[in-house]
Ligand binder design. Sequence first.
Ligand SMILES: Nc1ncnc2c1ncn2[C@@H]1O[C@H](COP(=O)(O)OP(=O)(O)OP(=O)(O)O)[C@@H](O)[C@H]1O
Ligand SMILES: [Mg+2]
Length: 321
Amino acid sequence: MELLKADNLVKHFDEVTAVDRVSFSVHRGEIFGFLGPNGAGKTTTINLLTGLARLTSGSVFIEGKEYSTKPKGAQAMMGVVPDESNLYDELDGIENLKFCAALYGIERRKREQRAKELLDQFGLAEAGRRLFRTYSKGMKRKLTIAAGIIHKPKILFLDEPTTGIDVASARQIRALIRELNQGGATVFLTTHYIEEAERLCHRIAFIVGGRLVRIGSLEELMKEHQQETVIELVVEAMGSETAEFLKRRFPPYVIHLSDERKLRVVSDGSIAIRPLLEALAEVSVTVTEAKLIRPTLEEVFVRVTGIESGLMRQEREGKKK
Ligand SMILES: Nc1ncnc2c1ncn2[C@@H]1O[C@H](COP(=O)(O)OP(=O)(O)OP(=O)(O)O)[C@@H](O)[C@H]1O
Ligand SMILES: [Mg+2]
């Protein structure tokens, strides 16, 4: 079940502790998300996991074998897609992929076929003979991901795969990541888009200031912090006296009118809707809609890290291209 294990990773750069006693496991077949703001230590962690940076202390295990001892084949099991492309501007798409294929020791006669297969899969078939430097940002990102999976790695590391590209390309890239995962690849990705982690990842770790502050599946993260149930009732119109009447009738619930058409009912446990509807019918208030308000990962993130989600957004927008 466990494909990769990080045990007490530490990385110092002079006086800066970029990664501070971080431990977690990545399960086989999952998309694991590392979510945190700028400077949290996401890229450094990827570099430690993939052997691009040396650990100050701690260990990485892949399939139970310690990675620092360079077990045979560990490198071949990994694909790495850095936040800034490592491909060559002066080579075209096919040449770039063939070059990567050669680096991974793929037989010469198979390289071109594999390159073309990937260009097709990534919707870049038309661009195969164009120089990499003429690609748009989204195309560059896609080709860089294609290069990272040329050797069919068991685990793929993606550093902010959708940062700095437009919404439509980001959506395509998320679809590709899901596809790769469904094809059997385990994925470790970093992001500072809370919604991206929420939509894409099976399990999520929050990292702030080099420390891993929370880890779990979306469900677990939500449950831990939001036991309460919130129901919103949309009514045709009602006044505060009706809200007061409901409060008296249902003392365990916290009830408030957010405007004259929306009533919010909050409970520590579950909420029985029928008695609420019946009570409103008694005072001739018509309910047009009732919905369960789901807690968002954003709220949980803000509560756990103390970082305002607006700040994450600013950082995202202010980030280098
Ligand atoms: N080579 C380096 N030398 C010195 N300090 C470094 C180096 N690389 C990273 N750091 C520091 O380590 C901390 C973590 O940086 P890292 O790049 O891992 O963050 P990140 O989460 O990837 O941020 P971003 O979202 O901006 O990519 C930062 O304080 C950074 O300044
Ligand atoms: Mg980074």
